[in-house]
Write a protein that binds this ligand. Structure first.
Ligand code: NAP
Length: 298
């Protein structure tokens, strides 16, 4: 298979590359600078906000997987908010516009999105049909998905994966949380009642591969495990997996002082179900949190 992948240098992309070995697939990695991954992987320079990617990097690709985007888990200064927005919306617009100009278009575009589109929804069970919320992150996600959807006008099958909290050893949320727990200063956030929709990064990479390979799949897939947990439960399970206590709840006002507006994603409650992926026959290796954490920290 010939695949063009953006964001392949990131936490999820690095895991995804392992599922498409370069000696069995033709791989083009779109990145802002040469990551020097593997001599068999072709590097194509692309800065998503600056311009469209060169057409030869996409021409004859079977599928394009688009993961690039400015990290969201950082303090949202005005400049960072622009970068979060533009890297996704302009970036996807540039990519889709280039796809539209190809003579040999890819069959499939798989584009990242986020469960952030659902906002803060208490105990509501959220499937792919749930109404998107409004606010900075939900609006970014909705526009990001809308840009991806435009590829349908060119006959491309579009899959948008609304990714939850991806868990793995070498990046994502656990890279920030695990050290605190190891030092014995981890704890629940605020009341701990907010739902966390997590997914093991291996399952997420498999879901992206599944979306590429299954022509019957299109539209939105919630990229989360079937058993979300509250933040209090997550805290208990993480402390247990690391054999450390979780004694220090972090008060909401303190976290908000530290992280500013971005803190809202730490307190947003999203009880998301992967209904579409399950209906399409996707099998999760890690459906429950504790085995997922144990596999990560073993
Ligand atoms: N990890 C999660 O838990 C999670 C949850 C929900 C949604 N997602 C979404 O899934 C996608 C991949 O996530 P990830 O955790 O693998 O992300 P990541 O590790 O932060 O990597 C994303 C890649 O995006 C590119 N990038 C970073 N800043 C950029 C900017 N300002 N402009 C253009 N490109 C930029 C980088 O590629 P180059 O340096 O090679 O150009 C980077 O390797 C992201 O869009 C993210 O929003 C992730």
């Amino acid at each position: 298979m010939f695949l063009t992948i953006s964001g392949a240098t990131g936490f999820i992309g690095r895991r995804l590359l392992k599922l498409f070995p370069a000696d069995q697939h033709a791989l083009v990695v779109l990145a802002r600078k040469n990551p020097r991954l593997n001599p068999l992987i072709h590097y194509g320079h692309w800065d998503p906000t600056a311009a469209e990617p060169s057409r030869e990097l996409l021409d004859r690709a079977d599928a394009v997987i688009h993961l690039a985007g400015e990290p969201v888990s950082q303090r949202w200064t005005p400049e960072v908010k622009i970068a979060i927005r533009d890297s996704r919306i302009l970036g996807t617009r540039n990519l889709v516009s280039a796809i539209g100009k190809l003579r040999h278009r890819p069959k499939t575009l798989v584009c990242a999105s986020a469960v952030g589109i659902y906002g803060d929804r208490g105990d509501d069970v959220l499937t792919e049909n749930a109404k998107p919320a409004s606010g900075f992150l939900p609006d970014v996600c909705a526009e990001w998905e809308a840009e991806a959807d435009k590829a349908q006008d060119y006959g491309v099958r579009v899959v948008k994966i609304r990714i939850g909290i991806a868990l793995g050893a070498d990046g994502g949320a656990l890279a920030a949380m695990a050290p605190l727990f190891r030092w014995g200063v981890g704890g629940r956030l605020g009341s701990g009642k907010q739902w966390m929709s997590w997914i093991h990064v291996d399952d997420l990479a498999q879901m992206i591969q599944f979306a590429v390979q299954n022509e019957s799949v299109s539209g939105v897939l919630n990229g989360v495990a079937p058993n979300p947990v509250t933040n209090a439960e997550f805290t208990r399970q993480l402390a247990g997996a690391l054999h450390r206590p979780a004694l220090f709840p972090a008060p909401e006002f303190g976290v908000k002082l530290l992280y500013g507006e971005m803190a809202q994603i730490l307190f947003a409650s999203q009880r998301v179900q992967p209904k579409a992926a399950l209906a399409a026959g996707f099998n999760f290796r890690y459906s429950e949190l504790r085995p997922a954490l144990d596999a990560i920290f073993c």
